[in-house]
Design a protein around this ligand. Structure first.
Ligand SMILES: O=C(O)CCC(=O)C(=O)O
Length: 266
């Protein structure tokens, strides 16, 4: 493809993201490539007797999660939006098992992190097909324009968000857009977009690998990050190095101990 066409497509992508607050579907991995990442998750799941709906902060201690969240195919796509210095500040896997009640309340990511809203984004990578039937993510397009809104905190075991918060006002669900993805595809969403997801009413499991990216310059001081891209040295951050591979991941007992100590499980 001639260079000027590529540049035009990149500009279109950036403009879509800025105006809509979301972009999808973005093809990233082939079905075969996805299988290897899925197999890594299945080893984790096995360590927890086959059920691991919530697993967070994987990138600091699991080599495969580090490599996935710093994968050049993803970084190439987000670099025109975030710039050349990119850090990973969070990873999360939300898995919805068939016919289960777990959902994600309507919220804005920026509420948690208070990151600079325009220089950070979330990538949602599908490790299975994700659709309206199995509880794909939904967004309210353009809702990022109003930046951060008031949230309320509540307790509901079925809500997959750990802190249990939701937008204080009513969300008009008729405006919701289903971010349907095939396995290997990705969506990206703005830190201020209102989003959530419904339970999995189907017989198909839904697995999402979620990565929070930010231009490194805008990371809050003292934060632990991995540098995904760029050579600028920042003194205000706690840079975490690439983890070693955990040698005992094929032993469910040993892997469970390791995961319990090193990642966040709900
Ligand atoms: O996976 C979901 O259903 C919701 C994900 C989400 O809230 C997020 O990526 O910020």
């Amino acid at each position: 493809m001639p260079l000027h066409n590529t540049m035009n497509q990149t500009t279109v992508n950036c403009n879509t993201f800025r105006t809509e607050g979301v972009m999808f579907p973005i093809p990233i991995f082939s079905k075969k490539e996805v299988l290897s990442h899925k197999a890594e998750f299945e080893l984790m799941e096995k360590a927890f007797n086959g059920k691991l709906p919530y697993a967070g902060n994987l990138h600091f201690s699991l080599l495969w999660a580090y490599e996935l969240s710093t994968h050049p195919k993803i970084l190439d796509f987000i670099t025109p939006i975030l710039g050349d210095d990119i850090s990973v500040v969070g990873t999360l896997m939300l898995t919805k098992y068939p016919k289960t009640d777990n959902y994600v309340s309507w919220h804005q990511d920026g509420m948690n992190s208070k990151w600079d809203q325009n220089n950070s984004l979330t990538a949602w990578l599908a490790l299975t097909n994700s659709n309206a039937g199995n509880g794909c993510m939904q967004v309210i397009p353009k809702s990022h324009e109003n930046l951060l809104q008031e949230h309320v905190y509540f307790t509901d075991q079925k809500n997959m968000i750990r802190k249990g918060h939701r937008i204080a006002t009513n969300v008009n669900e008729e405006e919701a857009l289903d971010l349907e993805l095939r396995s290997g595809e990705m969506s990206i969403h703005h830190n201020s977009i209102i989003h959530g997801s419904k339970p999995n009413a189907s017989l198909q499991k839904r697995i999402g690998f979620i990565i929070r990216y930010i231009n490194t310059k805008y990371v809050n001081p003292g934060t632990s990050v991995i540098y995904a891209k760029g050579n600028t040295k920042y003194d205000h951050l706690n840079k975490i190095d690439k983890p070693d591979a955990f040698g005992l991941k094929h032993s469910p007992e040993a892997y469970k101990d390791f995961l319990t100590q090193n990642i966040v499980i709900k």
